[in-house]
Design a protein around this ligand. Structure first.
Ligand SMILES: Nc1ncnc2c1ncn2[C@@H]1O[C@H](COP(=O)(O)OP(=O)(O)OP(=O)(O)O)[C@@H](O)[C@H]1O
Ligand SMILES: [Mg+2]
Length: 324
């Protein structure tokens, strides 16, 4: 399956990337499961969810879906239903039910250790092979369980792309990094690759810095530049959903501003979920905001409401900076 370098890199990195130190993938399990590049997403805007089942804001199994919007919303891009998961004996996420609206930016907020990264990584099944991982409940992408036996992992990771907190360029040239997923998925012919790489590098604002050294190793780029490269790579496979885990934590204010502006332009074609500790950033870029605490979903609503009129005291504490 992973016979050429791009395909192999994409498959292997998709399984291991973003792993916190010391949290290894079980050595007894194969790493390259056909996983896709840390790229993206889910349901196309306007696509049907749950095979005609209730839209956001309606009840599931007789209970309300916290954080879902009102009736008449488009079907969710991603729906979590009673998702409880953990590693070994310990629960990390408890009974999370939520609908992620398609074609908008959703911020995922919460104190350190609240489970934000774990939740993101669940959406494209990056936790599956972590030792001790277990889950109950479900996650639907375009109405279909991501754990369905027919799920094509490569395709899931193409549709649900991810950019990690720490950049993870592949050990290949800058150009090859950008088009690694494109090649692995055979999304374009050879003659188009150069053009695709330039377009994506321009899109993330990296072109001027790297146009003279496209064949160089990405590891000579600064940390922020490596992050932008990974974003270009994630976008190059045309994901439906993009998961961004603290994407600007290693960027300077100028690069941060350009990423925020870029994120805004990605919708409504893409559904974006962005984890950030920067509350001002969440207010600037997100239409919707989710607040997690200790593995529980505390609140999910329009960003303005969550910040200015939170329904929960815990949320009020957090968004006012009084937390912990
Ligand atoms: N592979 C793993 N094995 C065991 N525990 C894990 C693993 N991954 C995460 N955890 C634990 O799950 C909890 C949530 O971690 P997670 O990385 O999702 O938090 P977070 O909200 O993203 O935090 P931060 O804001 O610091 O990035 C933490 O207590 C963490 O130690
Ligand atoms: Mg995290």
């Amino acid at each position: 399956m992973a016979s050429d370098p791009a395909r192999r890199a994409v498959a292997i990195q998709a399984d291991s990337a973003g792993q916190p130190p010391g949290r290894g993938v079980s050595a007894s399990q194969p790493r390259a499961d056909g996983g896709l590049p840390p790229s993206i997403p889910a349901a196309a805007p306007g696509s049907a969810g749950l095979g005609g089942a209730p839209l956001a804001g309606t009840a599931l199994n007789g209970r309300a879906v916290p954080g879902s919007g009102g009736a008449g919303q488009m079907a969710p891009a991603i729906r979590a239903i009673g998702l409880t998961l953990g590693f070994g004996d310990r629960d990390i996420l408890s009974d999370i039910s939520l609908d992620v609206r398609p074609g908008v930016v959703t911020a995922l907020l919460g104190p350190t250790g609240s489970g934000k990264t774990t939740l993101l990584r669940t959406f494209n099944r990056m936790n599956d092979k972590v030792t001790g991982y277990r889950h109950a409940g479900d996650v639907l992408l375009e109405g279909r369980s991501i754990w369905h036996s027919g799920t094509d992992m490569m395709e899931l990771r193409r549709r649900v792309g991810m950019m990690f907190q720490r950049p993870n360029p592949f050990p290949m040239s800058i150009t090859d990094n950008v088009v690694a997923g494109v090649k692995a998925h055979r999304l374009a012919g050879r003659h188009e690759l150069k053009h695709i790489a330039e377009r994506r590098l321009r899109e993330v604002g990296l072109w001027d810095a790297v146009s003279g050294r496209l064949k160089d190793s990405p590891f000579r780029l600064s940390g922020g530049q490596q992050q932008l490269l990974c974003l270009a790579r994630a976008l190059a496979v045309n994901p439906d959903v993009l998961l961004l885990d603290e994407p600007t934590s290693s960027l300077d204010p100028v690069a941060t501003e350009s990423i925020e502006a870029l994120v805004r332009t990605l919708t409504p074609q893409l559904t974006v979920i962005i984890v950030t500790h920067n509350l001002a950033q969440a207010r600037r870029v997100a239409d919707r905001t989710i607040f997690l605490n200790k593995g529980r979903l505390v609140e999910h609503g329009d960003t303005q409401q969550v910040f200015e009129n939170p329904a929960e005291e815990e949320t009020a504490h957090y968004v006012s900076g009084r937390f912990g």
